[in-house]
Design a protein around this ligand. Sequence first.
Ligand SMILES: NC(=O)c1ccc[n+]([C@@H]2O[C@H](COP(=O)([O-])OP(=O)(O)OC[C@H]3O[C@@H](n4cnc5c(N)ncnc54)[C@H](OP(=O)(O)O)[C@@H]3O)[C@@H](O)[C@H]2O)c1
Length: 317
Amino acid sequence: MTIDNPKTPTVALGTWAWGDSGKAGDGYFGSALTRVGLEEVVERAHAAGFTLWDTAMVYGMGRSETVLGDVLKRYPRGDYQLSTKFTPQAAGSGADPVADMLEQSLARLGTGYVDLYWIHNPADVQRWTPHLIALLESGKVKHVGVSNHNLREIELANRILGEAGFRVEAVQNHYSLLYRSSENAGILDYCRDQGIPFFAYMVLEQGALTGKYSLENPLPEGSNRAQTYNGMLSRLKPLTDKLDAIGHKHGAQAADVAIAWAIAKGATPIVGVTQPRHIDGLTRAGTIMLSRDDMAELEALADGADVNTRGWWEKEM
Ligand SMILES: NC(=O)c1ccc[n+]([C@@H]2O[C@H](COP(=O)([O-])OP(=O)(O)OC[C@H]3O[C@@H](n4cnc5c(N)ncnc54)[C@H](OP(=O)(O)O)[C@@H]3O)[C@@H](O)[C@H]2O)c1
């Protein structure tokens, strides 16, 4: 069986924050996002040629998928790619919980297929991976990937899919200057060797690496990300100042440099975009060539911050 490789863009677009209720301070991100504002984000992304959108049923329990499907529907389906996920922890009790969750996602997204379908985390690789095979055969899923899996689990998933003539076509893990566990565990090398695109999520640490947030201007009060990051903002300042200074040399911003760092490491960042201007940042990030010295200095400052940003849903790699 031949498998056409998924086209890997320089950057993909994340929509976890789109699952928030939209009320300031409320939800995971606490950003005040409006439907009109998100339409503008999509328009800007479409015009700039960024077309791969990442979501999951659990982002606002359907809310992110619903709004994403809604704002994309004005474009021909072939103009964009959809990536969504099966989350084992939220599985139903039917005969095929993976197929059931996919059907619900398709309905919310208003489409007959998704370009990439992920097992969101490795609750039980033997149990859940085989469910992907029928979905690939049905054509409702074009490509499959695994997220938050360690190297052993990725290899196991690859073996299970391989027996049916398929393979793991993408890996998606938390990877940022502050959180390099996938690199240290050899997952980036494995992906490079196997020709598997490695998607890096939270390269901006949910805004903490953008330089926008500081002791004077903390992350939105009442949000989950504020609880995680507000207490470490002063430790991050030398790093965000350096990101900003490097950005200055390139006519860019701190966030663009953090994204460019991940691209330079061979990853495809999935960036959680909430404002049209964030799309301009992605365009800039794709053009920044960081020097070896800049890369080393950024990593040293990140290590010096000595913070652990592992998400509550993540395990050691
Ligand atoms: N597989 C998994 O388990 C998993 C887990 C987490 C995330 N993900 C995926 O990865 C995506 C990215 O992660 P994330 O959204 O959690 O965090 P992120 O990309 O690290 O940060 C997103 C936040 O950074 C700010 N931002 C984004 N672009 C910016 C720019 N160019 N300049 C300045 N600020 C910018 C926005 O904050 P403000 O709105 O405050 O400006 C935004 O909410 C998610 O949306 C999701 O699709 C997957």
